[in-house]
Write a protein that binds this ligand. Structure first.
Ligand SMILES: Cc1ncc(COP(=O)(O)O)c(C=O)c1O
Length: 385
């Protein structure tokens, strides 16, 4: 039986141009006379900041280390609060918990799984120092409303965007990651563009933040006057980042085509679930193809559908994501118990079907048919094509 997984095989993502960039970088870096002259890191940062439209860029060895750096420069105190959505990647919350501040969990929009202006508004207090907006699964959060609500309440609250899953997505024709005070990206292996498995980038327009973050990234900076460690991206990885950046828009477009095709295949069953948005304002890049089952399905039903898909049809699904306090013990132990019911029901309705930009129509149709068959099997109804 052919098996289907969430991420595209690496041999789709890395093509001849990436191999050439690796070999070129290795060749140059092996020449000690050139090692210090050629800075692939700086070139990648410049190209990436131009791509998103931000002034300052810092390449790092992962999105999460970038998020650590971004949140830690805010010098948060135990009485401070950071708002973030409960449905999230747990690493994002671990970054917040690397500071003494309190993690405040809030609800998400039940179609996009993104934090909403309304849910933020309910949780803003005089102690709020930052809001972390994770653009879930390839689609932007409603940034204009979020910025209005937050900055109107207190212009000093810092908005940090987690763009790990949405590199190249658009919001109102602007790249996601353009609007926040600081935005952090991932080039980890499963992402739409990758720097050989690990990597990330931090962007900002704020020079003071940039200087502080740079010191943290690299041993406290050349002035050696602050705490810092080594979170740098390697030069060979940076070189691959430059070649991947040339292709990201093309790959994202192809991925959108597969998602659009799938939406059409599944649309007629929409009394059972909601499908990902396909929109011009929210130009999604479908890092995950997220289906949200309707209320008639329990968490147990969702898990049964996943099991049938895996065992009977060879389709590995994922859940992106359950609330972080459900999946991560440390987070569970470090959030206030009053948040431990946030988004639990919704978390049990999420199911992500495999998608990649090179998926054939035949494979796409097979995944859709299998999903509907599994769903009917759980519902106890007969499958009608
Ligand atoms: C939303 C989100 N944030 C952060 C990360 C962490 O990225 P990295 O693996 O580059 O540290 C991920 C990675 O899976 C993610 O999906």
């Amino acid at each position: 039986m052919k098996r289907y997984y969430q991420s595209q095989p690496p041999n789709f993502k890395y093509t001849l141009i990436d191999y050439i960039y690796v070999i070129k970088a290795m060749h140059n870096l092996c020449n000690w006379k050139k090692t210090y002259d050629i800075d692939y890191r700086v070139e990648f940062e410049k190209k990436f900041s131009d791509y998103i439209g931000k002034e300052y860029a810092l390449s790092v060895n992962g999105c999460n280390s970038g998020m650590d750096i971004a949140i830690q420069i805010l010098n948060l105190q135990p009485s401070d609060e950071v708002i973030s959505s409960a449905i999230n990647f747990y690493g994002t919350h671990l970054s917040i918990l690397s500071t003494p501040a309190k993690l405040v969990l809030c609800d998400v929009d039940d179609k996009t799984l993104n934090i909403s202006a309304n849910s933020i508004k309910k949780n803003l207090t005089k102690n709020t120092k930052a809001v972390v907006v994770t653009h879930m699964n390839g689609v932007s959060a409603d940034m204009n409303n979020i910025i209005n609500v937050v900055k109107k309440y207190d212009p000093n609250i810092v908005i940090i965007e987690d763009v790990a899953r949405s590199c190249g997505a658009l919001y109102n024709n602007k790249k996601v990651g353009y609007l926040g005070d600081i935005s952090v990206f991932s080039f980890q292996g499963k992402k739409n563009m990758s720097t050989l498995g690990e990597g990330g980038m931090i962007l900002t327009n704020n020079q003071a933040y940039y200087e502080k973050m740079k010191k943290r990234r690299e041993f406290g900076g050349r002035g050696m006057d602050a705490w810092g460690s080594n979170y740098k991206l390697s030069k060979v990885q940076s070189s691959v980042g430059i070649s991947q950046l040339k292709k990201i828009d093309k790959y994202n477009k192809k991925r959108r085509r597969v998602a659009y095709q799938r939406n059409n295949m599944l649309e007629k069953y929409n009394k059972y679930f909601s499908l990902p948005v396909f929109d011009k304002i929210y130009y999604s890049i479908y890092s995950y193809y997220t289906i949200i089952l309707n209320d008639m399905f329990t968490r147990n039903d969702r898990d049964k559908i996943r099991k049938i898909l895996d065992e009977k049809y060879g389709i590995k699904t994922t859940i992106a994501n359950e609330p972080t306090f459900i999946v991560h013990k440390y987070i569970n132990e470090h959030v206030d118990s009053k948040y431990k019911n946030v988004s639990c029901k919704l978390g049990g309705e999420i199911i992500n079907l495999p998608i990649h930009f090179n998926m054939s129509k035949k494979d796409n149709q097979y995944i859709c048919n299998s999903f509907i068959k599994a769903l009917y099997e759980v519902l106890g109804e007969s499958y009608e094509k």
